[in-house]
Design a protein. Structure first.
Ligand SMILES: C[S@@+](CC[C@H](N)C(=O)[O-])C[C@H]1O[C@@H](n2cnc3c(N)ncnc32)[C@H](O)[C@@H]1O
Length: 311
């Protein structure tokens, strides 16, 4: 018997409530991962619906293709970056889309596979690529950037206050030879920060920063959101689950730009200024998981769900 713990997908019920998949619906899951959310959507849209699942991790696509085999042609797959979501959908003739889901960040499978190098507590190579054929690894950054560039990456993408101390410690450690493993890097960071205090590991923010930089996550997110809005039909819905403030800020701001702001005119009255395509916010405050949701999947602890409908 396998000891693998199967977690329920993050905010699964809330995603279904917001995206409202119905029989015959057309959906795109831009981060299909292990297919948890996708399977729930596929069950709702039935044999006349279509779901296009995208992920830039080819191992995830292969695993999920097997898991969702029973849905046959109803479920199509593409190993790609969701920043190209509009072009990918067009290639699959997936138009007039009812709903798009983006469940950002890394999956539990990626985190727990030591060889992928995402986890500071599992000995592995400094890799961190979601797309294993990508051109940039965490090792390239850790062993190749100069101290100022390292500090900038750690500060900007990790919001780490000790970025200077950590960057200097990394560069010092490099003079004794290449930094090779996740655990080795985590120890250098912990020492630079003066050891472990509290529940959060001292390397958490630096690892987040490196992962975001390696996968150019924030650029992909901006482009993916714009593309997702373009493929939605009128009334179609986009839901995004983010896991840290940098992502959530981008989602919130872009949704607001498309929802528009009322500007008063000098001559009286007001005008609504907004970016095209226009949307309606489905929730002003992000939806977060309750205690049960966090017990069912610990990743849900920092998850925030925002959604819009195209008007
Ligand atoms: C949190 S997991 C998704 C889990 C999924 N919703 C489920 O229920 O199993 C995030 C997935 O998104 C993928 N991903 C992250 N950024 C991506 C991007 N820009 N383009 C394509 N896939 C991406 C990751 O490779 C990972 O498999």
């Amino acid at each position: 018997m396998s000891n693998e713990i199967i977690h329920k997908s993050v905010l699964a019920d809330e995603v279904l409530e917001l995206l409202r998949p119905e029989a015959g619906g057309v959906f795109v899951d831009g981060t299909i991962g292990s297919g948890g959310h996708a399977e729930l959507i596929l069950e709702c849209i039935g044999s006349t619906g279509v779901l296009l699942g995208i992920d830039r991790d080819k191992e995830a696509i292969e695993r999920t293709r097997r898991r969702l085999k029973k849905f046959g042609k109803q479920c199509e797959f593409e190993t790609e970056d969701f920043s190209e979501i509009a072009e990918i959908a067009e290639r699959h003739s997936v138009t007039e889309v009812d709903g798009v889901l983006l469940d950002l960040g890394v999956s539990s499978e990626q985190l727990t596979d030591a060889h992928r190098g995402f986890s500071f507590s599992r000995e592995g190579p400094l890799d961190m690529r979601m797309n294993v054929d990508g051109d940039l690894t965490a090792s390239d950054l850790v062993n190749g950037l100069d101290v100022d560039e390292l500090r900038r990456v750690i500060r900007e993408f990790g919001e780490e206050r000790a970025s200077g101390r950590i960057a200097r410690a990394i560069v010092r450690a490099r003079s004794d030879g290449t930094i090779k493993s996740t655990v080795q890097l985590a120890e250098i960071i912990a020492k630079a920060k003066g050891g472990r205090r509290g529940k959060i590991h001292p390397a958490t923010k630096t690892f987040q920063a490196l992962r975001i930089a390696v996968n150019r996550e924030l650029d992909s997110l901006r482009r993916g959101l714009e593309g997702a809005l373009r493929i939605l039909k009128q009334g179609g819905r986009l839901g995004v689950i983010s896991f840290h403030s940098l992502e959530d800020r981008i989602v919130k701001q872009l949704f607001r730009e498309h929802a528009g702001v009322e500007e008063s005119l000098q001559e009286g009255g007001s005008v609504l200024r907004r970016k095209e395509p226009g949307v309606r916010l489905l929730n002003r405050k992000p939806i977060v998981a309750d205690e049960l949701g966090i017990r069912e999947n610990p990743r849900a602890r920092s998850a925030k769900l925002r959604a819009v409908a195209r008007i």
